[in-house]
Ligand binder design. Sequence first.
Ligand code: UT7
Length: 317
Amino acid sequence: MGSVILGSGSALPKRCVTNEELAQSVDTTNEWIIERTGIRQRYLADDSETTSSLATEAAKKALEAAGIDAADIDLIVLATATPDQTFPATATTVQANLGIKDCIAFDVAAVCTGFLYALTVSDSMLRGGNARRALVIGAETFSRILDWEDRTTCVLFGDGAGALVLESREGEDGILATRLHAAGHHNELLYVDGGPSTTQTVGHLRMRGREVFRHAVVNLAEVLNEVMEAAGMTAADIDWVVPHQANARILDATAKKLSLPADKVIVTVDQHANTSAASVPLAFDVAVRDGRIQRGDMVVMEAMGGGLTWGAAALRY
Ligand code: UT7
């Protein structure tokens, strides 16, 4: 058994906030943000927009693109670090929103690497026969956990969601290989200073950006090499790289390390900023809808985030 991608979808909050607008309330400048990160704007959720509402919108678009009914879904795996509630899983809220009476539904928490973890788990469950059609979603409202007094982090993130519909097929392989890692001893480099079992507060995101940056460039190049080897491909076989959208400089450095031309790298960080677990499926959907990623194309995805966690996937669309 293998699993193939039937369709993708994505969603963004209504409100777009440019760097200039942000600089009116945060001690920063448009020039600093663009030079250090490549970010020009981000979308921020209002009170009526939640992780589950963005996830549901992305899921509906993915189902439409896949040409299947919500009732045909028997597995929902949702990657998020900003769930609607501490429990139940936001995946179950999306299930209810989609009107699915019974299916497997749960969240995975691997922060910015969450979508790669969710994809790996879904692919394994489809191959193992636990389900036939899966919604794999990355959805976040990081604006809720940002410290808006901390200019070193609050300018970097945005909200959004992306989703894929996977189907298990005999003798067909869409997801060719995935590789995942975690290094929990680096917790203090990127974490939230709150939680139900410690402070009983939601907390705020804290990051030692320069150190995370250094780990990202090394780890992402390594895991991309690993996944390409596992899939039996070389950099020359890659049509598109869909990276986690944290920083344009990380994208450039990773592409250079692998000798990949910059025009094969899908970049949305300028438009969406860092949307954590949503960034990879969001960028993938943008590139499918604008016609860059075509059926049959070889695609690699990668991400790195809090944990530290990192991972990659190689697939044929
Ligand atoms: O998605 C999870 C993974 N996350 C990442 O991959 C993020 C990785 N890290 C990064 O992307 C970069 O490290 C940042 C964008 C976070 C920071 O860029 P940097 O080039 O590493 O800057 P820095 O932290 O070394 O700060 C340079 C200067 C500092 O001033 P001094 O100490 O040199 O005087 C900061 O205070 O820039 C200052 N600064 C700012 N200035 C204007 C920091 N944030 C801002 C700001 N506006 N928003």
